[in-house]
Design a protein around this ligand. Sequence first.
Ligand SMILES: Nc1ncnc2c1ncn2[C@@H]1O[C@H](COP(=O)(O)OP(=O)(O)OP(=O)(O)O)[C@@H](O)[C@H]1O
Ligand SMILES: [Mg+2]
Length: 457
Amino acid sequence: MQTAASILVIDDEPVLQDILKTLLTSNGFETYSAMTAAEGMQRLFEEEIDVVMLDLMLPDRNGLDLLPEILARAPDLPVIIITAHSSVESAIEAMRRGAFHYVPKPFKNEEVLHLVRRAAERRQLERENRFLRSQLEGLGEIVGTSRRIQEVFALIQRAAPARANILVAGESGTGKELAARAIHRHSPRCNKAFVPVHTSAIPDGLLESTLFGHVKGAFTGAVNSRKGLFEAAHEGTLFLDEVSTITLETQTRLLRVIQEREIRRVGSVESRSVDVRLVAASNLDLWQEVQAGRFREDLYYRLNVITIEMPPLRERAEDIPLLAFHFLQTFAEENQRKVTGFTPQAMDALTAYYWPGNVRELENAVERAVVLTQEEYIDLETLPQVIRNDERRPVVQAEVPASGLDFREAMADFQTQLIKAALKRSDNVQRRAARLLRLSPTTFNEMIHRLGINDPK
Ligand SMILES: Nc1ncnc2c1ncn2[C@@H]1O[C@H](COP(=O)(O)OP(=O)(O)OP(=O)(O)O)[C@@H](O)[C@H]1O
Ligand SMILES: [Mg+2]
């Protein structure tokens, strides 16, 4: 059953409040009244309101100024302006600022009822649409049914509505940016901008002006004033990719902006307030960067109110078939190829592989296969060599001497041997060695440091 639409009347005239209350409740609406702007905002905060009727002349505020604040809180909320005949111009100005409609005083009951019904209907429609959209989209393109990725979905859904900054951690290609976009889409900021900043791609000297903007003449080449990405993301979400690459100097400025919720364009003394939710991503262990003195600890805590850890693909291998199919469909359509599936051998190889490059590597492998295949089903030979050759032979026979051994020491020793062997086989090129061991370059590098392998001879 549909519940009655609720109408909030913000007007300081008790007589008018009474008339509207009687009229609306007798026609099946639920009503709330507020005599001041402050009281009105309070009600909006406490109650689920469907339509607002707003007087333009309130004791504490001008209704025209209150309107944008109401709409900022609830962008879809229809607001009907109540206005004296003499000030129809302000009512028209209010419509320009996003009001649903206006009723001139004194009004006819039918006129008010008709408008309120229409407004409530529109509100209801928007609610239903938003629900359908969210059902359809789920979490957007984030594909996966494994427990690990389901946990990520759940966390995104719980964390998205808040304003808290989020750190998305995970190896390269695990879907950090995708997660950041999902956070934005599931937040109340979804109708505002999502602004990605690929900090590592921006030269050091330009990052500050890119983020905070600059005024004309702030530095050589600044021929015009420009607004920064923080301003572009106002009321929306700013995605700071690869935060660990930001210099300590810029980190300091960033911290100040987060604390003060104000930015100052480079070369300007004037502050502007900005309301931005930050989602940061890093494929390095940011805490380790803090320990190493390369990342400010206070900034770390500011960014990392909530952490979302994207699991590597090899730790959720049950998602591989689903992801492979998802990419197959995407690329078959994009290339207008009739490719409908994988042979069992090809799928086995895909599931057995270690995926150091995670989902991005899988995506590329499938795209390549879709383009190369002559058949309807993708077979082994269209998959990249490394994937086909992923033989998982055991390399050692484990033995435990009668006296026993220290398990952790033995493991570290074995890891050291493997890493040295891999480095030797790849002429000491770490990237290649990492690939031989199906490790991401970052993990490989971390292991080298952890195991103290400095002289790989
Ligand atoms: N769960 C998933 N479902 C569908 N597509 C995915 C998923 N995870 C990642 N992808 C796809 O894989 C590619 C890599 O994802 P994304 O760019 O989000 O990763 P990343 O962690 O930001 O990588 P990097 O650290 O290299 O920047 C993208 O094309 C993305 O669409
Ligand atoms: Mg990324």
